[in-house]
Each structure stands twice: as C-alpha cells, then as structure tokens.
Design a protein around this ligand. Structure first.
Ligand SMILES: Nc1nc2c(ncn2[C@@H]2O[C@H](COP(=O)(O)OP(=O)(O)OP(=O)(O)O)[C@@H](O)[C@H]2O)c(=O)[nH]1
Length: 598
C-alpha cells in the first residue's frame, strides 16, 4: 500500500485539467501510440465535442521513481457546477489533488470552490501553474496569487505546460513525495466508496470504487449500503485505458466492479460497498442523493411518438441516474414528461442525446426550479410544485418558497459595480466582498436559483466583458412573493408558457414575453393576439398581424411537381412546431423567457 498514490486534478473549467491528464498518461507510458487520441479520458462523443468532462473517470498509471514502482491512480473530475456532487465524491476517494491554475487567467471561482472541497477532505494540495507556454501568461503574478490563496511557499508551485510537456516530470515526483500513501487495513471488513458509475449496454453498470478497508474479490457477495441490495462481484479489476480483471482489489486501491446491474439508479455515487455477510460498521459518511435542480417539460413534436419517447427516456435513465422524469400532460402540448435535471447544461445534454442517440425530435418547455407552496388550510404541509401550472389557486395560498443559492463571483475590480447591479437586478443580496489582490475581487451573494436558470451566465459575461467566473451552492428554501404569469395565444392559454415570476418583475417580464413571442411566432393567415395575464388580469398585449402570402402563389398554377416541392419544403420548415389551437408555435418560442434580453 505504501507505493500507491490516489490523486485527482481540480481546476476551474478550461484551465487544462484533461490536457494535463493526457500528458501524465503519455509520460508514464500508460498509452500506446495508437491510443493517443486527444483528450483520452473524455470518451463520450458529446464530451469530446464540447470539450468538457461530463462524467468523472479513473485511470491507473505506473511510474518508477528512485528504483521503486509506484501505482498512481488518477481520478478525473467534471469541471461544471451541474456536476459538483460528483466532484466532491471523486475528491473523497483521494489523498492528494493537483490544483491546476491557468497562468493567464489566475484563480477563478471554481478553483476556489473545488479547493475548499479538497481541503475539507484533508487532501494534500499540489499547486500547478499551467499554460506557462502562453505568450499572455503571467507566471510571477499568478504564482503570488496561488501563494496567497494556499499559504504555501512559492517554490511549491510547479510551473507547467500540459501542451508542451514542461513540468510533467516534476508533477509526478511531487505526487509521490508529497501525497501521503493510503492508510487502510486489509484485514477489516470491506468498506469501499463508490465515486462513479458508467453504463455499458453489454455489461450493465460498471461501478468505480475506492477500497478504504478490506478487499473486494471476484465472486464475493457484496452489499450496497444506501440501497440495501445484494449482488455478486462478477468481475473486479483495475482501470487502465481498458479494464484489467484482477482476482481482488485491496485497501488503498481504486478499481471497477461488474455485477450485472442493468439500471444506473441502483448504483449511487457516494454509496458504500461492503461485504454482505460481514458488513462494515462504518459506512462512509456524507452520502447524499443527487437532487434535480431544474425542471422542464419534454414533449414529442409528434404526439404519436409519446410511447417511443418514454422508452428512449427509460433507456437514457439507465445510464444517467441523475435524470428523473414523470409523465405529465399539457393542454397545449398533449402528453409528455416533466423532467428534472442537475442544471441547464445537463438539460441541454439530455435533449441532445435524445436527438442523437434516439432520433427523437422533442420540444422542451421553459425550465423552472422546484417550488414549495403552502395553502392557508395546511400552512405546515409543503406542496412541491415542479411545474408552474400546478401552482394551487392564488386565493388559497398562504405562501410560496423558492430555492436559494450562495453565489461566488470572482471578477476584476473595474467590473464590481456592474456585477453588483446585475446581482441586485436578479434579486440577489450581497453578503460579502473580499479583495483577493488589488485587482481581483470575490463577491458572495444569496440569490434565488430561478434567476440563474434564466440568462444569468450570459449577462454576467457581458457585464464583466468575460472577466468573471461564477460558482454556486444551494442554501435552502426561502419565502418569496411569486405570481404565475400565463400567456394566451389567440385567447387560449398555453400552459407550457406559464412561469412563476417575482411579483415586482411580473409586469415587466410579461410585457417582454409578449414582445419576444411576437418576434418568434411566424405570421399566419389571421391576426394572433398575444396576452400575458396574472389570474384573470391581462397585463400586456401584442398582436401578430395576419399574413396573406401563399407559398404556392409563385407557381402560377403550372407545374405540379414544383408545387409539391414547395409544400414539402414548407413541411420541413414546420418541424419542431406545435399546433396549439389554430396557432403554430416554434420550439424557440417555448424558450422565449430565457432570452428576454437578447
Ligand atoms: N497553450 C496551452 N494551452 C493549454 C494547456 N493546457 C491546456 N490547454 C488548452 O486549454 C483548453 C482547455 O483544456 P482542457 O484540458 O479541455 O481543460 P479542462 O480544465 O479539462 O476543461 P473541462 O474538462 O471542461 O473542465 C484546451 O483548448 C487545451 O488545448 C497548456 O499548457 N498550454
């Protein structure tokens, strides 16, 4: 065990975590030439395309140092806030962390939040100053920033370039010298932490774990503590670029497990695996079920595809346990599903996977957060509202609560004013302001989660000219003055367009919604009034003027095949449109609320 090192890489998004991981694999000869693809660890197509790490993965390297062989287990972590719970579990499986900081961008919001997570888990931190090859790099200044943040010595910061290979050997040495070896006991009952799981259509769910105490052997009868379910370990092994089966994985080491589980929901990240007959008395603490933060309706474009959509979603859920969904129906859209996501990025990914992997064309409604409503009759029993149209009649309501978050923004001093006004506009309350250096400021504020779902990221980027980074963590529910704003098209309410909005902003947002919908809904053969209403009260109105043009008019009644072609073209253009009453609504219109400031 003394020659094992378990470490992870933590960084703000795009600071070079995955590139550095690739270099480490190269340097230790863990990949053959043929396997050398860019960003090896990001194996999902979508990950590669977006250049982000969605699921964390682990990989084992071997390195000879001063004549001794060391096993280095690298646990890669996702960088986006949507997946922060996975980051925290991966961190818990390690003894050390490389803290990667971009030499041009210095410390950013997620550098700090991930660092705190690592410190909470008592990890040894090795600061790496990455991208020193960039002409815009500022190594001295950024080293000072890191020294200030960590309270370490400047010589402990390793200058590196994951691109050119500078500093890679020093990093490997530092891992061996500075990160402590794991200290479990092989003779105790099995206690292993699940830090990730991956769905494999042929082999079922592959569980990635770190053995804290005891050992896990092929054929052993094991138990997952959170679910209480028993299985046999059909196969265990270590994770190289491919899986290498082994008779057993012992305390201190990282490995994979295959049990034939077919449903990702049965394996929960953060759960403890133990021996079924000789269970550990100390399951690993801090297990949490991941809760969805953002909800939206997903509907098939063609109502007939409902069953097909259901089966696609079920399959998707098998390999993404954080996706939750329940059937719902909408007067406007028919039958579909209310789905819960970890965040906006997760939602986009699901929508895209539905289209790519299952060839489903879907309509997604405006995302919203999960509210709790309390009626006057039962002021102590919360009613969960995941869909604005489920909000009880306002006259019966005692109060509505919405989720709040603690937000951290790091920006340049010049933009503090702008960022603060944006936060206030988004109903935030500043709780703290710290100058990290004379130029860089950390702002903390409490803010409703719903405001982030809307255009917060984009606005933050604009008001800070890109010099702001952002991170957040939920802090619970708070009472809010919320009203439901409904949209009527041609006097008919479109439930999928309803939104819960703070009373003070309702009139303004209602007006903007009407204007935006007027832009987005194509003109049709008749006038279409668009109205925003709170209850029976109309708060805004716009009209889409009738269109007289006939697409086939150009054809002078002549060539029928040309006419058909045009009609065919028009039909294609109609894809992703929904007929509501006699009005056709394009997909963008359902997301209009998100783009009110464009
Ligand atoms: N010049 C230079 N570019 C680098 C270096 N390391 C990474 N990059 C580039 O920086 C970008 C982001 O790198 P990634 O490795 O994808 O960053 P990441 O932190 O893994 O990002 P996420 O996985 O999305 O969290 C890529 O375009 C890399 O090519 C470096 O040392 N020098």
């Amino acid at each position: 065990m003394k020659n094992i090192r378990n470490f992870c890489i933590i960084a703000h998004i795009d600071h070079g975590k995955s590139t550095l991981a690739d270099r480490l694999l190269d340097f230790t000869g863990s990949v053959t030439e043929r396997e050398k693809k860019e960003q090896l660890l990001d194996s999902m197509d979508l990950e590669r395309e977006r250049g982000i790490t969605i699921k964390s993965h682990a990989i084992q390297m071997e390195y000879i140092y001063e004549g001794e062989k060391y096993i280095l287990n690298l646990i890669d972590t996702p960088g986006h806030v949507d997946f922060s719970y996975e980051v925290s579990r991966s961190i818990a499986a390690c003894e050390g962390a490389l803290l990667v900081v971009d030499a041009a961008q210095s410390i950013q919001a997620q550098t700090i939040s991930n660092l705190y997570l690592a410190l909470e888990n008592d990890l040894e931190i090795i600061p790496v100053l990455n991208k020193v090859d960039l002409p815009s790099a500022n190594p001295e200044e950024v080293t000072d920033d890191i020294v200030d943040l960590l309270g370490c010595k400047p010589e402990e910061v390793i200058p590196a370039s994951a691109k050119t290979g500078i500093g890679i050997e020093e990093i490997l040495k530092a891992i061996i010298e500075r990160v402590p070896a794991p200290n479990g006991n092989v003779d105790e009952p099995l206690q292993a932490l699940v830090f990730d799981s991956v769905y494999n259509p042929f082999r079922g769910v592959e569980t990635y774990f770190r053995v804290i105490n005891g050992q896990i052997s092929k054929g052993q009868k094991i138990k997952f503590v959170a679910t209480g379910k028993h299985y046999y370990a059909d196969e265990v092994g270590t994770l190289k670029l491919t899986q290498v089966p082994k008779p057993a994985i012992k305390a201190g080491d990282v490995g994979y497990l295959i049990t034939g589980i077919k449903d990702a929901r049965e394996v929960k990240v953060g759960d403890t695996i133990t021996d079924a007959d000789n269970p550990t008395k100390n399951p690993i603490e801090g297990f949490e079920d991941v809760k969805p933060m953002v909800f939206a309706g997903i509907y098939p474009v063609d109502t007939e595809d409902f069953e097909e959509l259901r089966s696609s979603m079920e399959k998707l859920q098998l390999n993404d346990a954080s996706l939750v969904f329940a059937p719902e129906s909408s007067a406007a859209l028919g039958f579909g599903f209310r789905c819960g996501f970890l965040g906006m990025l997760h939602m986009e990914i699901i929508q895209e996977r539905l289209e790519r992997e299952f060839d489903m064309t879907v309509i997604t409604t405006v995302p919203n957060v999960s509210y709790q409503a309390f009626t006057k009759k039962n002021p102590d029993t919360p009613i969960t509202v995941n869909n604005p149209s489920d909000l009880p009649d306002p006259s019966t309501l005692d109060r509505v609560e919405e989720p709040y978050i603690k937000a951290t923004v790091i920006t340049k001093a010049d933009y503090v004013g702008n960022v603060m006004s944006l936060c206030i506009e988004k109903r935030g309350q500043i709780t703290n302001q710290t100058y990290l250096t004379t130029e860089r400021v950390e702002l903390n504020f409490d803010m409703p989660l719903a405001e982030i779902v809307f255009d917060f990221y984009d606005r933050l980027k604009t008001v800070s000219r890109g010099y702001a980074s952002f991170d957040y963590a939920p802090i619970g529910m708070r009472v809010s003055k919320l009203v439901r704003v409904d949209i009527l098209l041609n006097s008919q309410m479109v439930d999928a367009l309803s939104a819960l909005i703070h009373a003070d902003n309702a009139a303004n947002i209602g007006k903007k919604m009407c204007e935006k919908l007027k832009e987005l809904i194509p003109r049709q053969q008749f006038d279409i009034p668009i109205q925003a209403a709170i209850g029976a009260k109309i708060i805004s109105r716009e009209t889409i003027k009738a269109l007289r043009k006939d697409v086939t008019a150009k054809c002078y009644g002549g060539d029928i095949s040309r006419k058909r072609k045009l009609l065919e073209k028009q039909k294609k253009g109609k894809k992703r449109m929904r007929q509501v009453g006699n009005v056709e609504i394009p997909q963008q219109a359902f997301m209009a609320v998100l783009k009110l400031n464009d």
